[in-house]
Design a binder for this molecule. Structure first.
Ligand code: SF4
Length: 365
């Protein structure tokens, strides 16, 4: 590397904001180093430090997974719902956090990814593959058809799992607990955006629905909880949004993307607590050897009252906790941003470029 080019290099010991000042000085804030007179594609620097990506092999294999499995993961991730067109955004990109969407687009080729972090996709892909085969057997059904709708300069793109008898069906591979919760916004927005794409293509849509295949379903929970699904499957009817509402929703999301498209990484709109999979702090009663809390409450007082209410189940006669039980305060946590348990990687693939992660999470875990 020549000296003039070397002079452009970002100093390794600078601060996070210093990084952006350096980038801004070259007028290409928030984008990759290539084309900026920076280092070759194999080496790049992030607010979190220097990273090296070996080309043409963009993956790491920390857990020495077998080659066939690694190949399967490459095939699945190659099928991702993404577009190389700058103005075309998939339904998934439109409904998720704009910060994650834009950071992913800017830094996709810099990300170092480990096969192990994509193992879960195999199960999800299998579910979608089977769903497609099942849909094809329905005769006049439409499966995995990519559709588009233009919104000014932007284009929305998506393919739903199944359209049949005026109904959009989206299949999910998920845990029983997640399927039973009513807080998954994307489960409502996603099939409704697919419905809009079908309407745009001239089809009527009367219903939208989720078919959830439950991978953590437990037969014994059926006996304990009357609301627990009786089989590892849950059908969730989703409220059908008015076309006007969908239009306003999508235009609003594109307006936000347009506003931030050329802003610095660290100026992107913050992820919501839901985007960050934030867990608030709580007080938990833990039994030795058990992973899950026996009981958790928002305050210490509430947990104490619960324990007292259970009498000798948890307490000795003198009012102290029985051996093997402890009460702990568990701090709140942004699960998506933080390290995965026991590993130095997170669930969020773009956290290296996210100032929230560097300022609020990285050194406070
Ligand atoms: S690290 Fe957290 S705050 Fe940053 S983009 Fe990812 S989810 Fe959002």
């Amino acid at each position: 590397m020549g000296s003039a080019q070397g002079a452009l290099l970002f100093p390794l010991d600078t601060t996070f904001e210093g990084f952006y000042n350096w980038v801004s000085a070259w007028g290409v804030a928030g984008h990759r180093y290539e084309g900026m007179g920076g280092p070759e594609a194999t080496t790049y620097r992030t607010p979190g430090g220097t990273k090296t990506k070996e080309t043409p092999m963009p993956w790491t294999n920390e857990f020495n997974l077998p080659l066939a499995l690694c190949r399967a993961i490459e095939v699945i991730t190659g099928d991702y719902d993404r577009s190389s067109d700058k103005m075309t955004f998939s339904v998934t990109e439109v409904i998720r956090s704009p910060r994650i969407t834009l950071l992913t687009r800017r830094h996709r080729e810099e990300m170092i990814e480990d096969y192990a972090d994509y193992l879960f996709l195999i199960r999800g892909s299998a579910v979608h593959w089977v769903a497609t085969r099942g849909g094809e057997g329905l005769g006049d059904a439409i499966t995995e058809e990519r559709l588009y709708k233009d919104y000014g300069d932007f284009r929305l793109s998506g393919k739903s799992d199944l359209y049949h008898e005026k109904k959009i069906t989206d299949w999910k591979d998920t845990s029983a607990k997640a399927a039973m919760r009513q807080d998954k916004d994307e489960w409502i927005a996603q099939p409704n955006l697919y419905a809009e794409l079908y309407r745009e293509a001239g089809f009527e849509v009367d219903e939208v629905e989720i078919y959830a295949i439950l991978h953590t379903w437990n037969q014994y929970e059926v006996l304990k909880d009357p609301n627990y699904p009786k089989v590892p499957f849950l059908k969730r009817k989703v409220e059908l949004w008015d076309p006007e509402f969908v239009d306003a929703y999508v235009r609003g999301r594109f307006a936000m993307i347009a506003e931030f498209m050329y802003k610095h990484d660290w100026q992107l709109p913050q992820c919501t607590s839901q985007d960050r999979w934030a867990r608030k702090s709580d007080w938990a009663l833990i039994k030795e050897g058990k992973q899950n809390a026996q009981k958790k409450e928002d305050t210490e007082l509430e947990l104490e009252e619960y324990i007292k209410g259970k009498g000798t189940r948890f307490l000795n006669k003198d009012g102290t906790l029985k051996a093997g039980f402890t009460v702990v305060k568990r701090p709140g946590r942004d699960v998506r941003c933080a390290d995965k348990p026991g590993r130095n990687v997170g669930y969020c693939p773009v956290r290296e470029w996210c100032n929230y992660y560097h300022n609020e999470v990285k050194d406070k875990q």
